[in-house]
Every structure is written in structure tokens, then in C-alpha cells.
Design a protein around this ligand. Structure first.
Ligand SMILES: Cc1cc2nc3c(=O)[nH]c(=O)nc-3n(C[C@H](O)[C@H](O)[C@H](O)COP(=O)(O)OP(=O)(O)OC[C@H]3O[C@@H](n4cnc5c(N)ncnc54)[C@H](O)[C@@H]3O)c2cc1C
Length: 428
């Protein structure tokens, strides 16, 4: 695995990534792949505060849905082949509005696909990504945190808590919603507090899931069920709920008003399962067991300008989404791919024109190309999600009628579904 460096010398790298969870780790692996194609390899450093454990903030007990488009990109990066044994396919998605007539389905088959996406457990994904990093050219500092950051004309000087100093031409902040880099550099974010908390847990049901995922809009907030493998994949036994062949495991993400979420987080199993059954209904049979419950306050935060002098913000550091549509990492991965594309382009055009000089990876030109490449996708994903959260958490009757009609129309007019399915699957 990775080692903690204790040297106090200054190291020079081209790119330093702060934060090694989903966004930072995939970027580091993507950069290592790009570097292998260059005449002068890139020096890449990844700084991550936490070793793999139950308390890892980025690779915790959560399961997430990775959309079809993201699987395609992860495959291109050579990462998905290492992860695919951990995935459970989503072949159909059922969307409904509790207590109203509106419902619709998205199905992989009519779109000519085997799956709309894959569900993975983050704790398991983290282990594999760090095994891959240990075999790569990336210099990994873990566990280590950035304690000081000095901005210089030609880059940034980072001081780590073990005394190591790193100078980089380009700093990539992938350090999550409360980005320390963003705070050091005094960069603003815009925030919307939805006054909701998500309860996340693994549950088992007495019927097989048959690769269906569910999104149900309830009076208190959206409730999502993602199909999981029947055998618990995570080593964290306290989160595990196993299921027999006839049963299924699902990952539940249930948005609730904060006080109700707090109460259900600590309620006994029977009380929790009854409340879940009432909120979801019987479409997946009976809920028979639940593992450890975690909670996440739901906000939407957004950096209007995710660049600063020789610094690019990606993933949750740039924008943190409500999990309503399962788009957080899918959007973060598009940041990763966007940055890799801009760098790849810079190397291929610049090296042709100036074979004897080196590309400045932190130049203003690269930063602005990245900003332009990501603007439209970030803006539209954010406004769609805000619309969904507000539209489907509202009990004002014209809103209820409108969204139910919308869901009905989608099931009556299948061609309308294609653009929605394309967005949900992260196709660009
Ligand atoms: C309940 C829930 C369900 C979700 N479901 C989905 C889904 O179905 N599909 C989907 O695409 N997305 C989903 N998401 C979103 C997704 O989980 C996140 O977008 C993604 O995991 C964020 O990854 P990240 O690497 O950007 O940030 P983070 O996971 O926040 O990682 C930041 C990393 O930076 C490290 N760090 C922080 N400060 C420092 C420092 N000073 N020095 C060094 N390291 C530091 C931290 O240790 C951490 O590892 C969900 C989110 C939630 C809460």
C-alpha cells in the first residue's frame, strides 16, 4: 500500500492533487496513464488525509450508482476493468410519486444497452483504487494533510503535516465539500440548504431485486433504492446486511426533514423497517433487515469559478450535489475527464510546435480551457437537480399535478424518455 513520507525535503512535482477519494484518485490514475504516453513523464503527487478505514470520509459505507456514460469513461481510463467485479447492474429504473398517479420507467433494453449503470460500494472501490495507485507512477502521500499553502508566481508550495514540502505547477483541489484548499485561497461558493438530511443504509427484502432501482418522491423528500449484490462486499461487518438467494439487498438513500432523519437513524430496526415500508410501499416486497444507518445533511454548494491562480477545483470541492439523481460522482468524473482532455490536447499541440520546451500545466491558457470545457455541463446539471429537489419536495397542488402529469406523459410517450435517460446516464 501507500507509505507516509517523513522527509522534510522539498519535492518538485508538475501536478499535486489534494484529496484522494473518488475524484482525486481517478484523476491521479488518469494522469499516470497520460504521463506514460509523454516524452517526459509527468511528476504527480496525491495527498490524502485518510487510510482505508470505516471512518474514511470518501470511501465509506455508501453505495453509489455509476451511470452508463461514466462506466464508458472509466473503461477508457483503464479503471473500470479493475472495478467491474464489484458492480451490480441497474437494468431498469422505476420512478414514482407516492400517493399520486404519476410513475414512469427507464429500461436498458429499448436503448440497446445491457445496463443503465452499475451500483458499487465505495469502501470496496477505495481499496481497489489505492492498490492501483500503489502500482502506478503517482507519488502517494497518505495519511497526510496539507497544513500550509503558499501561492507563488510559478506554482504553489504545499507543506504537509509530516513536514514534507511539495512545489507544484498545478494544484488540483479534490478535497471535498469543505475544501481546505478553497478556504486557504479564499475562494467563494454559493450554497443552498435544502433543510433535508439523507439517511443511508443497506436493507434486505424478501424478494429478488432483479436489477431494478427505484426513485420514489415522498411528501418528506426523495427515497431511492439501489440494487446490490446479495453477498455484502464491504469488509465493514457493522454495515453489512446479507440476503439469501430468494432475497435482495438494496442501498437506501432517504431524504427527510432533519429531525425525522435523526429520529429514524437511532430508531430500533423494527420501527425503521416499518417506517420505510410505509414510505416506499410493497413494490419490492417486505423489508426484512437493515444494517448500520448513516446520515448526511443535504446542501447544494457550487463554486461559480472553479479555477484560481494555478489551481483547479474538481468533484465535490467544486460542487456538492443533492443525491436525488445520483449525479455527484458522475459529474465529478466529467471534471476529471475534462481536465485530462485539456491536458492531453495541450501536450499534443504544444509538443508538436515546441518540441524542445515543456508544457506549463498550470498556465492560464490551460485553466481557462478547462473552465470553458466544464461550464455548460456544470450549470445544466446543477439547475436540473435544484429543479428536481424543489419540484418533487413540494406539496403545492399545481406542482403535484404538474409533476404527475409529467411522469405519466413520459410513460405514454416513450420517445420523450430518451433525452431524460441520456442525462441520467451521464451521456455528453
Ligand atoms: C447519500 C449519498 C448518496 C450518493 N449517491 C450517489 C450516486 O448514486 N451516484 C453518484 O454519482 N454520486 C452519488 N453521491 C455523490 C458522491 O458520493 C460524491 O460526489 C463523491 O463521492 C465525491 O467524491 P470527491 O472525491 O469529489 O470528494 P470526497 O469524497 O469528499 O473526498 C475528499 C477527500 O479529500 C480528503 N481531504 C480533505 N481535506 C484534505 C486535506 N487537507 N489534505 C488531504 N486530504 C484531504 C478527504 O479525506 C477525502 O478522502 C452520493 C452522495 C451521498 C452523500
Amino acid at each position: 500500500m501507500t507509505t507516509a513520507h517523513t522527509i522534510t525535503a522539498q519535492l518538485n512535482v508538475d501536478i499535486a492533487i489534494v484529496g484522494g477519494a473518488m475524484a482525486g484518485a481517478t484523476l491521479a490514475l488518469g494522469l499516470a496513464k497520460l504521463s506514460a504516453t509523454l516524452s517526459r513523464p509527468l511528476r504527480i503527487a496525491l495527498i490524502e488525509a485518510h487510510l482505508a478505514s470505516n471512518n474514511h470520509p470518501g470511501f465509506d459505507a455508501r453505495s453509489i450508482a455509476i451511470a452508463h456514460g461514466s462506466i464508458f469513461e472509466l473503461t477508457r481510463l483503464g479503471i473500470w476493468p479493475k472495478l467491474q467485479h464489484l458492480g451490480t447492474a441497474i437494468e431498469n429504473i422505476h420512478v414514482s410519486d407516492r400517493g399520486h398517479f404519476g410513475m414512469t420507467e427507464l429500461n436498458a433494453k429499448p436503448l440497446g444497452l445491457g445496463a443503465l449503470g452499475q451500483v458499487v460500494e465505495l469502501a470496496q472501490v477505495g481499496k481497489v483504487l489505492f492498490e492501483q495507485l500503489a502500482k502506478s507512477s503517482v507519488e502517494v502521500f497518505c495519511p497526510a494533510t496539507v497544513t500550509e499553502l503558499q501561492t507563488q508566481t510559478n506554482g504553489h508550495l504545499l507543506t504537509l503535516d509530516n513536514g514534507t514540502q511539495l512545489h507544484c505547477q498545478l494544484l488540483v483541489a479534490a478535497d471535498g465539500a469543505n475544501s481546505v484548499v478553497r478556504q486557504h485561497l479564499g475562494q467563494p461558493t454559493e450554497q443552498i440548504n435544502f433543510d433535508q438530511t439523507a439517511i443511508v443504509a443497506n436493507v434486505s427484502t424478501d424478494q429478488p431485486h432483479q436489477h431494478w432501482a427505484y426513485e420514489r418522491f415522498t411528501q418528506t423528500g426523495p427515497l431511492a433504492l439501489l440494487p446490490m449484490s446479495s453477498v455484502p462486499m464491504t469488509a465493514a461487518a457493522h454495515t453489512a446486511v446479507s440476503a439469501s438467494a430468494a432475497q435482495s439487498r438494496f442501498s437506501v438513500v432517504w431524504a427527510l426533514p432533519p429531525a425525522q432523519a435523526e429520529q429514524l437513524k437511532y430508531a430500533d430496526k423494527a420501527e425503521f423497517l416499518t417506517a420505510l415500508q410505509q414510505a416506499f410501499g410493497h413494490r419490492v416486497g417486505r423489508f426484512v433487515d437493515v444494517g448500520q444507518r448513516s446520515s448526511y445533511p443535504l446542501t447544494l454548494s457550487y463554486m461559480p469559478r472553479p479555477i484560481y491562480h494555478r489551481c483547479i477545483f474538481i468533484g465535490n470541492a467544486a460542487q456538492t450535489l443533492h443525491p436525488i439523481a445520483g449525479q455527484g460522482f458522475n459529474l465529478g468524473l466529467r471534471d476529471v475527464v475534462g481536465l485530462l482532455d485539456v491536458l492531453k490536447q495541450a501536450f499534443s499541440t504544444y509538443q508538436l510546435a515546441h518540441p524542445s520546451t515543456e508544457v506549463d500545466v498550470g498556465s492560464n491558457a490551460i485553466l481557462h480551457q478547462y473552465l470553458a470545457a466544464r461550464q455548460a455541463d456544470r450549470d445544466s446539471t446543477l439547475s436540473n437537480i435544484e429543479f428536481l429537489v424543489r419540484g418533487f419536495s413540494n406539496q403545492y397542488w399545481p406542482m403535484v399535478a404538474g409533476r404527475n402529469l409529467g411522469l405519466r406523459l413520459l410513460s405514454w410517450l416513450p420517445p420523450l424518455k430518451r433525452p431524460i435517460a441520456q442525462t441520467a446516464m451521464g451521456w455528453r
